[in-house]
Ligand binder design. Structure first.
Ligand SMILES: CC(C)(COP(=O)(O)OP(=O)(O)OC[C@H]1O[C@@H](n2cnc3c(N)ncnc32)[C@H](O)[C@@H]1OP(=O)(O)O)[C@@H](O)C(=O)NCCC(=O)NCCS
Length: 143
């Protein structure tokens, strides 16, 4: 499997992000796609997007210079092969290189073990979030 992990445009990763995370949502840009500070990371096999994540500056609990992670997704048939790790590590490098002290996200409970393997910790109680009201935790990673 020859996988390239690199910065990507919103257009390159939108279909993957929505098909994995919000299959019934309209195929429209997210508000954060329009923010010039937003960075998308894609994993590609040839030209096909198989993994993605998005990061952008967003304050967290008294930390004004925090960055937020959204849209972490790997195509179902590629899971468990290390693609998510490569994408999340590349996404983490962006705020790290910008000097941010911390990243945060609303992480699905079903993905919590994945994030914990990569140095993230959950904070507080589980809550439901998003259009499907799925269980989540706030998760953070100190940089
Ligand atoms: C969560 C997700 C991105 C993980 O991607 P992936 O490519 O399967 O993850 P990787 O293969 O890179 O796994 C990295 C590590 O996390 C572990 N891991 C991954 N998913 C796991 C799970 N569900 N439970 C326990 N451990 C898990 C792997 O074992 C691996 O550990 P190792 O390196 O020590 O062997 C992927 O399963 C996915 O897209 N899920 C659906 C969408 C989703 O829930 N996104 C997160 C929204 S917050």
């Amino acid at each position: 499997m020859a996988i390239e992990v690199r910065r990507a445009s919103a257009d390159e990763i939108r279909e993957l992000r929505l098909s994995v995370l919000r299959p019934s949502a309209p195929r429209e840009p997210s508000a954060y796609d329009r923010d010039p500070a937003t960075v998308h990371i894609g994993a590609f096999e040839d030209t096909r997007a198989i993994g993605c994540a998005t990061v952008f500056p967003e304050a967290y609990d008294g930390e004004p210079n925090a960055w937020r992670l959204r849209g972490m997704a790997v195509e179902a048939s590629y899971r468990g092969k290390g693609v998510g790790r490569l994408v999340l590590e590349a996404a983490t490098a962006v705020p790290q290189e910008a000097g941010a002290p911390l990243m945060w996200a609303n992480g699905r409970t079903t993905a919590l073990a994945f994030y914990e393997r990569l140095g993230w910790t959950s904070v507080g109680e589980e809550f439901t979030y998003g259009p499907a009201d799925l269980p989540h935790y706030v998760i953070i990673r100190r940089l």
